[in-house]
Each structure stands twice: as C-alpha cells, then as structure tokens.
Design a protein. Sequence first.
Length: 129
Amino acid sequence: MRLLHTMLRVGNLERSVKFYTEVLGMKLLRTTDRPEQKYSLAFVGYDTEERGAVLELTYNYGVAQYELGTAFGHLAIEVPDAKSACDAVRAKGGAVTREAGPVKGGTTVIAFVTDPDGYKIEFIEHRQP
C-alpha cells in the first residue's frame, strides 16, 4: 500500500493550478473535466503519480468557497531553505503566515504559507544528516 493523493476542494481551479505550479513549483500532471457531473479535477505534484503522492484539486461547478473546518491541519513540503522558500512565495504574490524559524521547543526550521483557498502549507527545512 502507498499514499496516492490528497484531495482539496478549490473555488477556482485555474487560480489553484497557477499557485501550485508557478508559486510552489509543482507540475500539472493531468486534468479531467466532468460537465455532466459538474466538476473538474487537476492533479499536481513534484513527481509522477507512479512515484509519489500528489494533490488532487477538485472544482465543483458553482462553488467559489468552502469552509475549511477544524479537522484538516496542513500540507507539508520539504524545502532546502525555508526562508528562501518564503521569499519566493512572497515575490510571486503568495501569503506567508509564519516566517521561517525553529519549531517551538525544537530546532527544526519551519514556515507556513497559505494557498488561494486558505489551505495551510508548512515548509520544513531539510536537515543535513
């Protein structure tokens, strides 16, 4: 068994694909449009679906916004340098909600940004062994 994907409902598919590809550097892997069922999908990730887990971005026709709720926490992405990753997101118009710095009570450097729908994304700085 392996983790295949995480699905996020989004209010604007083009805007979300642009954020994940242009701001976070993922690749658009495939899209599906189901007009009869009134939804469209876009799969994005850093590698192919065969080699890594990806995100399924789901747009339900006519729904521009969702309640995020309190159960979902965040996505986590390993980055070589959390401060540089935040600077890159900010330079492309993205929102940084926690600047790079050590996690409370630890030494791992983390930061948080949000996507256009408000989903939290944690950057975790890769530690050299």
